[in-house]
Ligand binder design. Structure first.
Ligand code: GDP
Length: 475
């Protein structure tokens, strides 16, 4: 299927100093050659060698050529390239018009426009990377904060595949052993085999659980911690929002498909991304807040991973704070910010603690693990570092420092891990029930195959297509 040579603009849209047009496939060098004019011919270049020259558009009827751009051509030969095929990259001037003209001429010269993710798909089909690594490419490009970036880079280097491959090897070894023993009982013994298999199963299950437990952290790293800032009018919600946004204010993402137009803004706090959910107090002022504030706050509270309750510590507590606390789900981390500590304050941590423990509030049931009370001044920025630390403790329990353990698991990985886990439990049941060894192999292989889907070893074509379609153009 890969006998076509594909091309795409691999650098970003918009104007830039340099823009890269990439060709990959069996005719990459030949097609590049049709446009390239330089002292040296592309065909003569060794792999990983660049040459200076011009790209020209050919107009055969006039036996004439017109210069498209001045470029550097880089030739990379199969199989040691990104796609495992011959690759030619032209570094052109980075204007959208010039890049599109080069692309058009390459298509006229015999290349086909690449589909989104097609270069990476070829790397996968060529066996250079597995599926988790291909997905990691996408995550590296999409990473919006340091932690997500380092986790995806680690995944790109095979972090997750190595874990999965180790598990699969163990399962395959045991299956092969059982089958050999059933075939050749003289040489392989199954005596006491259940006692041998049980701890191996337990160990595999533990490893899978560990991977699964990093899944939530992976989602939070990738998508940001959905954070609702609530509190009564004038408590300082907008000020806290601005404090968090800091320089990041410009990054505004419109999330489509919500019941109303909601803007979500992203802030990075201590290397962790917060996706700030717009509650009424965030952007509106005056009466509007009082009319719709509570309703929106409630909505935000329902979908949040983290709640920041802002209290004006310079004013006595009111029933509004108690009302808001009634809406806080018992298993969502809550940070109470006693704001305006640059003024003389009247609300104390103890008072808030008492309020949190009050009979009948959802917060009364939870352990202190999920609650923090901090003094802060949104006006001066005092307390921002303590807030960053609290977020890290609440969500990553200090584990972020041991960053080797973060995996950016997606839904596909999680489903496969659960399936493998279930299959291993069935093997354990068979062990308990004392049924014949041939029963073990069926479920051991089911686990093996489920894990294989993660790295793309056992995967239907249409699923791979679906995954690569989500890639950006030119990658
Ligand atoms: P919101 O209605 O909850 O969004 O509150 P705002 O952020 O609009 O703040 C209400 C008022 O309190 C504004 O006049 C802010 O300047 C003021 N304010 C907010 N935070 C602080 C703070 O930490 N210290 C002081 N002195 N004033 C603050």
């Amino acid at each position: 299927m890969n006998n076509e040579t594909i091309c795409a603009i691999s650098s970003g849209t918009g104007s830039s100093g340099i823009g890269i047009v990439r060709l990959s496939g069996p005719l990459a060098v030949e097609i590049g050659e049709r446009l390239f004019r330089g002292k040296r011919r592309l065909k003569e270049l060794k792999s990983y060698t660049a040459a200076y020259g011009h790209l020209v558009a050919c107009m055969p009827e006039e036996r004439n050529t017109s210069v498209l751009d001045e470029v550097i051509a880089l030739v990379m030969r199969a199989p040691h390239t990104y796609t495992t095929e011959d690759v030619v990259e032209f570094s052109c001037h980075g204007g959208p018009l010039v890049l599109h003209r080069v692309l058009e001429e390459l298509i006229k010269a015999g290349a086909r426009l690449a589909e989104p993710g097609e270069f990476t798909k070829r790397a996968y089909l060529g066996g250079r990377i597995d599926l988790t690594e291909a997905e990691a490419v996408m995550d590296v490009i999409a990473a919006e904060n340091e932690r997500a970036l380092s986790a995806s880079l680690r995944q790109l280097q095979g972090g997750l595949s190595n874990r999965v491959t180790e598990l699969r090897e163990k399962l395959l070894y045991e299956t092969a052993y059982i089958e050999s023993a059933l075939d050749d009982p003289e040489n392989y013994s199954l005596e006491d085999y259940p006692e041998h298999l049980a701890p191996i199963l337990a160990d595999c299950k533990k490893n899978i659980s560990r991977l699964l437990s990093s899944a939530k952290e992976g989602r939070l790293l990738r998508e940001g911690i959905r954070t609702a800032i609530v509190g009564r009018p004038n408590a300082g919600k907008s000020s806290v929002l601005n404090l968090l946004l800091g320089e990041e204010r410009a990054i505004v993402t419109e999330i489509a498909g919500t019941t109303r137009d909601t803007l979500e803004e992203k802030a990075v706090l201590g290397g962790v991304q917060l996706t700030l959910i717009d509650t009424a107090g965030i952007r509106e002022t005056g009466d509007v807040v009082e009319q719709i504030g509570v309703r929106r706050a409630k909505e935000a509270l329902r979908t949040a991973d983290l709640i920041l309750l802002v209290i004006d510590a310079a004013e006595p507590l009111t029933t509004e704070e108690t009302d808001l606390l009634m809406e806080v789900s018992f298993d969502v981390p809550l940070i109470v910010l006693l704001n305006k500590n640059d003024l003389s304050t009247v609300v104390t941590k103890d008072e808030v603690r008492k309020l949190l423990m009050e009979e009948g509030t959802p917060t009364a049931d939870r352990s202190g693990e999920l609650c923090r009370i901090l003094e802060i001044s949104a006006a001066t920025g005092d307390g921002k570092d303590a807030l960053a630390k609290a977020v890290q403790e609440l969500f990553f329990a200090g584990k972020l420092t041991d960053s080797q353990e973060d995996y950016l698991l997606n839904t596909r990985h999680i489903e496969a891990l659960h399936e493998a886990q279930d299959a291993l439990e069935r093997v354990e049941d068979s062990l308990q029930a004392g049924v014949g060894e041939d029963f073990y192999t069926i479920d051991l292989m089911a686990a093996y195959e489920a894990l294989g889907r993660i790295i793309g070893e056992t995967l239907e074509d249409d699923l791979a297509d679906k995954i690569f379609k989500e890639f950006c153009m030119g990658k």
